[in-house]
Design a binder for this molecule. Structure first.
Ligand SMILES: Nc1ncnc2c1ncn2[C@@H]1O[C@H](COP(=O)(O)OP(=O)(O)O)[C@@H](O)[C@H]1O
Ligand SMILES: [Mg+2]
Length: 373
């Protein structure tokens, strides 16, 4: 069982996807890419375990996790850049020191070189935007390679103090350092990112390209089924397993748990195990807490979406539904629009086409559907 657990937890590598992304970046150097997918679908693992190693040949990759200091993402970004610079500056060995330190005096007849003082950089500017620009320039000078800046959970900047200014500063850096600075961001709320780009349109227009993160799929399921059959001696139906993975919102951890349960029960009944797991996941998630805390009108909008998937949210029918739910005569379209904005920002809803929405995750849909009379 421990062998199985270890095999299940093993990182499933995706070097081709990483290389394809790097190729897209170099083909279009001025456009950073934003990889979007809901939470816990493997974005962080992908950028750290697949993208960074693939990038090292041609780039100097820097990873910044904005959730590292969630309420102060600008500081988190600065911290990552300063740490990366520190790593490049600190001589690792004496030869490193020699290479990086300007030579002060050189005796002609081979008594050796005299090392000068450590290079003292001018102090960094304190305004975040300028500081980021200066750090990136210094990093590039030291790394002697194009930089690949990877910003995890980029949408966090949306609500942060100076977040939008920082995003605008980044954009300016990308233009000024074209060909020397490349950028990949991840985001776990597609709509929050769109809203972010909308709200700073003037300075960010055409700034970044939002791409769907390549979700794990058949290959990953196949690898897990293989590991299972080697260790448990039975083969799981991969098609059914892939469907189950989709039902679990393509979250690797949940699929691992499903297989662990099958192993523990010595069973191949995927559907049976899935039912039980889903129920537990729905309860364990904080959806109930969020649900209770949200405004009544937000709940009404979510219920309407669960009732009428894909229907417009400001139609007469929809407005009547909300009014009935809230026990009022009428509601203004603007209060509905505000509710929809909140729900998009909080990653409950995502827009599928003009004013048509769906739940961000299957789990949220099930949760709300279970609350319809
Ligand atoms: N390629 C992969 N192979 C195996 N497990 C993975 C893979 N990608 C993600 N996971 C597992 O799924 C969990 C969530 O992944 P993570 O990268 O943190 O998601 P996200 O950044 O999208 O929220 C992690 O605990 C990780 O171990
Ligand atoms: Mg992550």
């Amino acid at each position: 069982m421990t062998d199985l657990l270890e095999a299940l937890r093993k990182h499933y590598p995706r070097p081709e996807e990483a290389q394809a992304l790097l190729n897209r970046l170099t083909d279009d150097p001025a456009t950073p890419r934003v990889l979007y997918a809901p939470r816990r679908t493997g974005k962080t693992d992908f950028v750290k375990e697949d993208l960074m190693p693939a990038a090292r040949k041609a780039f100097f990759p820097i990873y910044a996790d904005l959730w590292f200091a969630r309420s102060e993402p600008v500081q988190a970004l600065l911290y990552a850049l300063e740490k990366a610079l520190d790593g490049l500056t600190r001589p690792r060995s004496r030869s490193g020191k020699i290479a990086r330190t300007p030579v002060k005096g050189l005796s002609v007849l081979g008594s050796g070189i005299t090392l000068g003082d450590e290079p003292a950089d001018a102090e960094l500017p304190s305004a975040p935007g300028l500081r980021i620009a200066e750090l990136l320039e210094r990093l590039h000078a030291r790394a002697e390679k194009p930089l690949l800046l990877i910003i995890d959970e980029f949408q966090t900047l949306h609500d942060a103090t100076a977040g939008l200014d920082t995003a605008a500063a980044l954009r300016a850096c990308l233009q000024a350092m074209r060909g020397r600075l490349f950028c990949v961001m991840t985001g776990s709320s597609r709509d929050k990112m769109s809203l972010m780009f909308d709200s700073i349109k003037a300075s960010m227009h055409g700034f970044a390209k939002i791409e769907a993160f390549p979700m794990l799929g058949g290959g990953y399921v196949h690898a897990l089924a293989d590991a299972y059959s080697q260790l448990a001696g039975v083969r799981l139906d991969e098609e059914v397993l892939l469907d189950a993975f989709r039902e679990l919102d393509s979250r690797p951890k949940d699929l691992q748990e499903l297989i662990r349960r099958l192993a523990a029960a010595r069973s191949t009944d995927i559907a049976g195990a899935l039912g039980g797991l889903r129920e537990e996941l729905d309860q364990s998630e904080d959806l109930q807490v969020l649900w209770v805390a949200m405004k009544e009108i937000d709940r009404a909008v979510l219920k309407f979406v669960a009732h009428h998937p894909g229907a417009g949210l400001t139609s007469r029918q929809a407005l009547r539904y909300y009014a009935h739910e809230l026990g009022v005569d009428a509601l203004s379209a603007s209060s509905v629009a505000n509710a929809v904005d909140r729900l998009r920002q909080d990653a409950w809803l995502m827009e599928v086409s003009n004013n048509r929405y769906r739940f961000e995750t299957e789990r949220q849909r099930r949760f709300v559907a279970a609350r319809l009379e």
